[in-house]
Design a protein around this ligand. Structure first.
Ligand code: ZN
Length: 234
């Protein structure tokens, strides 16, 4: 007797520090599933409106300004009914959803592929409890690295450069930098960063300085802007 495979869901987690390309990787995977004729839903955290001043609030926007249509919410359970109509569910900024583990597990058990992009650690390198439990429930875990914004080594950590202890402080390069282990422990206040930058500016060639300036302005993933919109019926 032939064995008929059951529909098998999956949880994929994309971890990494700020500016490591988590959202870009999430969108790449969603786009690929979309090509494979899967019905895809992208969910973003509702309080996250970075770079969204001039476009519709329902667009998820990455640091490199690539944008994508996404459904905004702050509690995943609120959109479970809609989510159950899709084959693939992408969740950005997963660390901010208190019910991300339960939601992902239950939808994967229904045969869905759930892809979560999330910070694994806070700016103090403490685990985000809401996502760390996904590690033991996921089929695929990817941890991306960024480029250290101080010394250009691989960066696995996010560091806050403004004085604020609130864990949920959403921001870009104005508030955070990606750093390697060594630079995480160094003084990287704005003043120090400026002096590091001055040294680099003097030492580096013009072309590299220009790239360096762009890096500080837009983050390390200053890629060509390519607006991609899925035709999902939210
Ligand atoms: Zn470094």
């Amino acid at each position: 007797m032939a064995i008929i495979p059951t529909v098998v869901g999956k949880i994929q987690v994309i971890f990494g520090p700020m500016f490591s390309g988590k959202t870009t990787e999430l969108i790449r995977r969603i786009k690929r599933f979309n090509f494979a004729n899967k019905k895809c839903l992208l969910i973003k955290y509702s309080k996250d409106t970075r770079y969204n001043d001039n476009i519709d609030k329902s667009f998820l926007v990455t640091h490199d300004k690539q944008n994508y249509q996404a459904f905004p919410c702050s509690i995943l359970e609120d959109i479970r009914e809609q989510a159950e109509k899709y084959d693939v569910i992408g969740i950005d900024e997963g660390q901010f959803f208190p019910d991300v583990v339960q939601f992902s597990e239950e939808l994967a058990n229904q045969g869905k592929t759930v892809i979560i992009a999330a910070l694994d650690g806070t700016f103090q390198r403490k685990p985000f409890a809401s996502v760390i439990d996904l590690v033991s429930k996921a089929e695929v875990i990817t941890k991306l690295t960024a480029v250290c914004m101080v010394c250009y080594n691989d960066a696995a950590f996010s560091k806050r450069i403004v004085d604020d202890d609130n864990i949920e402080l959403i921001g870009g390069i104005d508030k955070y930098i990606s750093v390697c282990r060594g630079c995480y422990h160094k003084d990287t206040s704005m003043k120090t960063l400026k002096s590091v930058r001055n040294v680099h500016d003097k030492a580096l060639s013009g072309a590299v300085v220009a790239a360096h300036d762009q890096f500080y302005q837009d983050g390390p993933q200053n890629m060509a802007v390519d607006d991609i919109h899925l035709n999902n019926d939210y």
